[in-house]
Design a protein around this ligand. Sequence first.
Ligand code: NAD
Length: 260
Amino acid sequence: MLLKDKVAIITGSASGIGKEIAFEYADQGAKVCIADLSLEAANATANEIIQRGGVAMAVAMNVTDEAQVDAGVAQVVAQFGGVDVLISNAGIQIISAIVDFKFDDWRKLVAIHLDGAFLTTRACMRAMIAGGKGGTVLYMGSVHSHEASPLKAPYVAAKHGLIGLAKVVAKEGAKDCIRANVICPGFVRTPLVDKQIPEQAKALGISEADVIKNVMLKETVDGEFTTTQDVAQTAVFLASFPTNALTGQSITVSHGWHMQ
Ligand code: NAD
C-alpha cells in the first residue's frame, strides 16, 4: 500500500478521472475525501469506497466558493486529522470560437480551474503547514497545459496557468516539505469528453467519428484513449514519490498525443 493512512482531498471526484483516483487511492490505503458540487453525488461515491472496504468521507464543495472550500478542508482536518494530499481536479469544458465566446462562460471556466486551484491550495497548504508533515499538491492539467486546440481558449489558458501555480507552490512549499506537480492527460472518455464530441462535430463541421479519429486520437502513437486508470496510477506515483526531486513538474499521460 503506497499511500497507507495518507489523507487525500480530491475535488470533482464524484465523476470521471477524480472518481477513479479516489478508488485507486483508497485501494492504496489512503483516507479519501470526495469533494464535489453535490453532496448527494459525493456521498454516493464515498459509500461505494466504504463498501469496498476503504475509508472515505464526502463534502459539498464548490471550488470557486472561498467559504465552502475553507469549511470543507476544516471538516476533513476535524474528521481525518490533517491533509497530506490535495488533488485539484474539478473542471469543466466549454467549446466555442473566441469571436463567439461569451464573457460569462470565459469567467466561469477560468474560475473553476484557476480560482478553484488557488482556493483549495491555500486551504490545504495552511493545513499541511499546521500538521508539520509536509504534503503533495497535484493539479489536473491537460495536454492543453502545453498545446492549444481551436475552440478551447479559456481551457487552454487556464490549464497553462496551472503549471505556473504549481511552480510557485513548489518554491514556496519546499521549506515545509510541500511538493506540487501537474498531471497532463490526453483525451479520456469521461462525461466531460462525451459531451464535447457532438459539440466539436457541429463547430468543426465534421462527423463525430472524425472528431474521435482526427481530433482526439490522431496524434497518439496507438490510436487509444488515455484511461482514468492511466491517470490514477500517475497520481499514486506522484503522491508516493519520496523526495523533493520531483516538484514543480508536469507529467504528460497521453499515449503520445503530446510529447514534451
Ligand atoms: P467529469 O465531468 O467526469 O468530472 C468533473 C467533476 O468536477 C464533476 O464531478 C463535477 O461535478 C465537478 N465539478 C465541476 N465544477 C465544480 C466546482 N465548481 N466545484 C467542485 N466540483 C466541480 O470530467 P473529467 O473528465 O473527469 O475531468 C476532471 C479533470 O480532468 C478536469 O480538470 C479536466 O479538465 C481534466 N482533464 C480531463 C480530460 C479528459 O479527456 N476527460 C483530459 C485532460 C484533463
